[in-house]
Design a binder for this molecule. Sequence first.
Ligand code: Z5A
Length: 221
Amino acid sequence: MTIVTPVGMSRKREGRGKFITLEGGEGVGKTTNLPFIQDYLQHHNIPVVVTREPGGTRFAEKIRHLLLDAESEPLSEQAELLLMFAARAQHIRHIIEPALAHGNWVLCDRFTDATYAYQGGGRDMSFSTIEWLENLVQGPLKPDLTLLLDMPVETGMTRAKERGGEFDRFESEKISFFERVRQAYLMQAERYPERIKLIKANQPLIDVQAAIANAVQPLLM
Ligand code: Z5A
């Protein structure tokens, strides 16, 4: 995916900003749709900070590099989980919270639902451990809206392969891993139907973006 950097933090707005996260499995179109959402918000005069996880700060980007490095020594599930939350703690402290407090909206490519999906579903780690870490690191911070792009795993993997590039440590996993990731995402969507909006990702881009705009629009009220 392309590197996204926090932008648009210069304007102070009335009240707290909104926090939108974009989620989904491999190749579902998060990177493709991020600029569309950014443009959509800016068109409505909303200053938006675009960022990603793991990453978003210099230190958290270093953790991202460690996490995605396919050449590194095998990483224990616990180390992987703790590194995700270590990166998140930095990201919240230095980017997300200041931006929201400043009245900016934050648009984040993946957040804690990805931890439930990849470490909980994919790696079979306990959801209650993840929840404990979530409470420790985030306190009351939760996204106002999560757009979950969903489609069959094989379609996403085909798209990712066609896009090309080297596979990272996660992308090198087997299809069964990504099936578990997808199921865990869908469980999250069932658990939080108010917050998580399911977007069918295997349709023409114009239709995906219409569905995204529909889901974002109520937040503008
Ligand atoms: N991870 C984790 O384990 N736990 C956590 O808590 C967090 C993350 C936060 C980061 O990867 C990895 O970290 C991730 C989970 C883990 N690993 N995986 N896998 P990432 O988010 O940087 O990258 P990614 O998930 O690998 O995303 P991706 O492969 O870059 O996919 P994408 O951004 O969703 O897709 P895309 O690049 O926008 O689209 C793929 C191709 O499809 C591309 O050629 C597009 O032009 C095409 N496309 C997109 N939409 C369409 C439509 N509608 N029709 C046709 N073609 C389309």
